[in-house]
Design a protein around this ligand. Sequence first.
Ligand SMILES: C[S@@+](CC[C@H](N)C(=O)[O-])C[C@H]1O[C@@H](n2cnc3c(N)ncnc32)[C@H](O)[C@@H]1O
Length: 294
Amino acid sequence: MTIAPTQHVPVMPAEVIHWLALRPGSTVVDCTLGGGGHTRLLAEQVGPDGLVIGIDRDPVAVERVAETLRGLPIKVVASNYSDLPEILEQLEIEAVDGILLDLGLSSDQLADPERGFSFESDGPLDLRFNTEEGKPAWKLIERLGAEDLADMIYAYGEERFSRRIARKIVEQRHANPIRTSRDLARLVRSCVPRAKGRAPIDPATRTFQALRIAVNEELKWLDVSLARLPGCLKVGGRIVAISFHSLEDRPVKTTFVQDQRLRVLTPKPLRPSDEEVQRNPRSRSAKLRAAERV
Ligand SMILES: C[S@@+](CC[C@H](N)C(=O)[O-])C[C@H]1O[C@@H](n2cnc3c(N)ncnc32)[C@H](O)[C@@H]1O
């Protein structure tokens, strides 16, 4: 299989480099390889005597980065970042100088019609980061009752019209099964009034977010990881997390404040500059937080 080149533009690159404060020879973990944009920058910081360990749940992302960043001081691993302690043990590394988490999905996943992340995609409504793990979103939609569907869309999408959407899914699914992303996006748009404003988001955004979080169990793995990752840092080592919505940012903020092993470096989250948002609109909802192991 040939893998398309990456389209992902790394978010807040200068801030990531600043807050990780790596030195030549450092060992750092990029928990979310994606297209490898941050990984490349980290490799430049640590130089030939350092090491970047790059992790992603998506085997396609791992293969792409292994290919494109060949020759740099990088080891890639296809895994969940919650497995970091075991990965380090296997590599016989006791602790690292830095950890980066850039949450959510990549532009490469969004662009792949077979994955179903794009609302206009005619491909299967899959939404899994790793298509060999768990069940695709269309199966979840087929199986859940109206109440469970509504609760999920509300909890993970913070969608006010969750009950209306869930009812419509259940009403329609026998006659018109929802198999593609376009099927679902159309149904949601018919239930949710269009937002007003200069750049209103698509009415399907929150429902897709909810399903993606559910099929990948994203918040569970984030919680597990936030409990485990600080233990992988050397004293003085830093963790930087970029989140894209409040359900991700809240646990990051709480852990950084409450975990006795960490000292908060960014009392308020950093936001991308106007210039970055203009250049890379994907960055507009990013919040970056940093903490140091004490
Ligand atoms: C926003 S992208 C990262 C982009 C990357 N920083 C870059 O510069 O190209 C997020 C990536 O995290 C991966 N991911 C999400 N949850 C994960 C998890 N629990 N473990 C490992 N990787 C995960 C996704 O598959 C996706 O490729």
